[in-house]
Design a protein around this ligand. Structure first.
Ligand SMILES: NC(=O)c1ccc[n+]([C@@H]2O[C@H](COP(=O)([O-])OP(=O)(O)OC[C@H]3O[C@@H](n4cnc5c(N)ncnc54)[C@H](OP(=O)(O)O)[C@@H]3O)[C@@H](O)[C@H]2O)c1
Length: 300
């Protein structure tokens, strides 16, 4: 099976590329600003250039590209975050639709940010979208695949929670402070964080590639969303460190601005209803197990 992967140099992209290669897929990474031409496929979402023919016939595309959201959301950063998802997805899908032999499936990243800030409400794929910048970007991002869908490509939107692995994403950013014992809950700590172990996410990606009957939104989260307070305690315990501190909500907003409000203080208690309906079993379903696995081998 030939699989094109965008965002292949990123935290999730690197893991997806190596897992698929291990499992016998032929993986073609689509990096931005690649040379293209005879050498390989190329795209540059900023200039609107895309050339997919050199990749050869494709069976599947995994689309993970997007400007990292973990930065201060200035007006310019917000424009980059949005365009790198919405405009880039549209560009990619229009190019896929023009191929004489389009792929059968497009697995596209989205995020639990789709649901916005929803307190204790239990959310599944049928829940309405929320409000705020991230929710609005996620809706537009999912809507940007129209050309692919019209061409008959099966599209799966993986609404990703916080992906847990030591070497990247949110956990890698949290570890230095936690290892120094300089960590604690954020705001009230009652906000739900929905998460998934990287290992389980890789299995969800393979399921999305293989299951012809799966399309539309799929929440890629463990069934055991945790409050920020529980997440903090569990991570501190896994590292044998204290976590007595508290960063009040105003401090989070002062330090991180709107990103802190929407990504750190917002509450999304998301259920992977569609995965569970299909009998998907999470190997790392509980937070203790997921964090211990992510941190195994880390020097104290
Ligand atoms: N990690 C998580 O916990 C998490 C949670 C929810 C959703 N997601 C979503 O899942 C996707 C992959 O996440 P990740 O953690 O692997 O992200 P990442 O490490 O930031 O990697 C994203 C990749 O996208 C490409 N990229 C960066 N800036 C771009 C821009 N301005 N325009 C177009 N492409 C750009 C880069 O790949 P190239 O240089 O190879 O093009 C980069 O390596 C992202 O869309 C992210 O929003 C991740």
């Amino acid at each position: 099976m030939n699989v094109l992967v965008t965002g292949a140099s990123g935290f999730i992209g690197r893991a997806v590329v190596s897992r698929l290669a291990e499992h016998g897929y032929r993986v073609v990474p689509l990096h931005r600003n690649a040379e293209g031409g005879e050498a390989g496929p190329a795209w540059n979402p900023e200039t609107g250039q895309v050339s997919l023919e050199p990749a050869g016939p494709l069976d599947a595309v995994i689309h993970l590209a997007g400007e990292n959201i973990a930065q201060r959301w200035t007006a310019t950063a917000k424009a980059r975050i949005r365009a790198s998802r919405v405009d880039a997805t549209r560009l990619l899908c229009e190019a896929l639709a023009r191929l004489s032999q389009p792929p059968q499936v497009l697995v596209c990243a989205s995020a639990t940010g789709y649901y916005g800030d929803r307190g204790d409400e239990s959310l599944d794929e049928r829940s309405a979208a929320g409000t705020g910048f991230l929710a609005e970007v996620c809706q537009a991002w999912e809507g940007a695949v129209a050309a692919a869908r019209q061409r008959g490509i099966r599209v799966v939107h993986l609404r990703l929670g916080i992906v847990l692995a030591r070497h990247g994403g949110a956990l890698a950013k949290m570890l230095p402070a936690f290892r120094l014992g300089l960590s604690g809950r954020l705001g009230t700590g009652r906000q739900y964080w929905s998460w998934i172990a990287l290992e389980d996410l890789l299995r969800v990606v393979e399921l999305a590639l293989a299951e012809d009957s799966l399309s539309g939104a799929v929440n890629a989260v463990s069934p055991e969303a945790a409050t920020n307070a529980r997440f903090t305690e569990t991570l501190a315990r896994a590292l044998h460190r204290p976590a007595f501190l508290l960063l009040p909500a105003f401090g989070v907003k002062l330090l991180f601005g709107a990103m802190g409000r929407e990504a750190l203080l917002a509450s999304a208690r998301v259920q992977p209803a569609r995965l569970l309906e299909r009998g998907f079993t999470f190997r790392l379903r509980g937070l203790d197990a997921a964090l211990n696995s992510a941190l195994s081998g880390l020097n104290p």
